[in-house]
Design a protein. Structure first.
Length: 423
């Protein structure tokens, strides 16, 4: 090594903190620095930094996370079964509460069996890594959740994508992959950042035509869609045997924590035998599993929650659509996820990087000043130029809550548009 190179190497600071500090600075520069907020209270009304906030950014779609019946069921479950599973399901951690919950989840989703996981990320990793390996292909909707993409990469499978909600493009790509050892088509049921819903019938038909398997991650559809809250498949009348695997989470509409995979007898047995995230993880808290049984009772017995939620969605869309005059645009979603995208006129200078992100942050801050909490979503979570406020509605919101939000949102848009948009 030459003396010049040696001196340059010595001058460069390669310490861990130096490298990471520079990376964090770039994140701040691009308006993408994320910060946690510590809260207290029960949603959608939280205390944050000593102030009450009305939240429109939680995935607690049916308002069950703060339901006192779930709290009582959680306490009862802890008294009966303890707070922790103590071991993995395959050692001694699979208890009565887990078994009952799996059977109820299978009935809700219409499948022969269901299998509990500790998180949706683990469930997605467990399915994809069990079904695919090196040489296999996972064909994803372009807007799938990050956990599905990570699961494919960790499984060592080849990752391909088809145009968003485009079954024809999916079919063409499947045809071009003919001869691959295995092909798995993967799609969200409800897309988490856009709020739109997969059109399952043409997607199922393409998979059947091309002899591919289909997996649906229905984290945001379960409990919300379908006459009985059974999710996207139930809402669209697709027979369960036409979809190889459905993943659902317990921590959104059901108000607790954890996830599950529903499918055939063979699929569930294969996951028990071969899914490393299932085999090598301590089981979900039995108290949480017991509380989730009460969640399922409420989903079954109180359809008025879904009806109220639907009325909020319709009213929000009818009113907020007129924000397009300020170059703020609602995406085409009929679900509780209602994204409002910042348009190109909010760039302070042509081609300026990060200006959409800055505008989304400014709108979120204006709402926060009014005691309303809605997070600004920026790249890389969403594509460049599509930064947005991602409003999520809940059955725990009232129409008065919605009026307050919409009034303040219009005020913020009028005020900020005078200074935040390019000529």
């Amino acid at each position: 090594m030459s003396e010049v190179v040696e001196k340059a190497h010595e001058a460069r600071d390669d310490s861990l903190d130096s490298v990471l500090t520079a990376r964090l600075a770039r994140q701040r520069q691009h308006q993408r620095y994320r910060q946690r907020e510590t809260t207290s209270g029960i949603g959608p009304r939280f205390q944050r930094q000593g102030r009450e906030m009305l939240a429109f950014c939680s995935n607690d779609y049916l308002g069950l996370a703060g339901d006192p019946r779930l709290a009582e069921a959680l306490a009862e479950g802890a008294r009966r079964f303890g707070t922790g599973g103590g071991a993995s399901h395959l050692v001694c951690g699979h208890g009565e509460a887990h078994e009952r919950l799996e059977r109820r989840l299978a009935r809700l989703t219409g499948y022969p069996r269901a299998l509990l996981f500790s998180s949706g990320y683990q469930a997605n990793l467990g399915v994809i890594s069990t079904l695919l390996g090196r040489g296999d292909v996972a064909l994803h909707d372009r807007l799938n959740h990050a956990s599905l993409l990570d699961a494919t990469r960790l499984a060592g499978a080849r990752l391909e994508r088809f145009a968003h909600r485009n079954a024809d493009d999916c079919g063409e790509r499947l045809a071009s992959l003919a001869g691959q050892r295995r092909a798995l088509v993967v799609s969200d049921g409800v897309f988490s950042m856009d709020g739109d819903v997969a059109d399952l019938e043409p997607l199922v038909a393409q998979c059947e035509r091309q002899r591919a398997w289909l997996m649906i991650d229905d984290a945001h559809g379960l409990g919300v869609l379908g006459e009985e809250g059974g999710g996207t498949r139930q809402a669209q009348g697709i027979a369960p045997e036409r979809i190889a695997a459905t993943v659902g989470t317990l921590g959104k509409a059901l108000g607790t924590q954890g996830a599950f995979v529903a499918g055939s007898e063979a699929l569930i047995e294969a996951l028990i035998q071969f899914s490393r995230p299932y085999i090598y993880t301590t089981s979900l808290s039995p108290a949480l599993a017991w509380a989730t049984l009460t969640s399922l009772d409420i989903v079954r017995d109180e359809p008025e929650r879904r009806a109220h939620l639907s009325s909020l969605v319709r009213r929000f869309r009818h009113t907020v659509s007129s924000l397009s005059e300020f170059d703020l645009h609602l995406m085409p979603s009929e679900t509780p996820i209602q994204p409002l995208v910042v348009g190109p006129s909010w760039r302070r200078a042509p081609g300026e990087r990060g200006s959409n992100e800055a505008a989304a942050l400014a709108l979120a801050a204006a709402l926060q000043e009014a005691g309303l909490w809605c997070s600004a979503i920026r790249p890389p979570t969403v594509p460049e130029g599509t930064s947005r406020l991602r409003f999520t509605l809940s059955a725990a919101h009232t129409h008065d809550d919605l009026d307050r939000l919409m009034s303040r949102l219009f005020e913020a848009a009028r005020r900020l548009s005078r200074t935040g948009r390019s000529a």
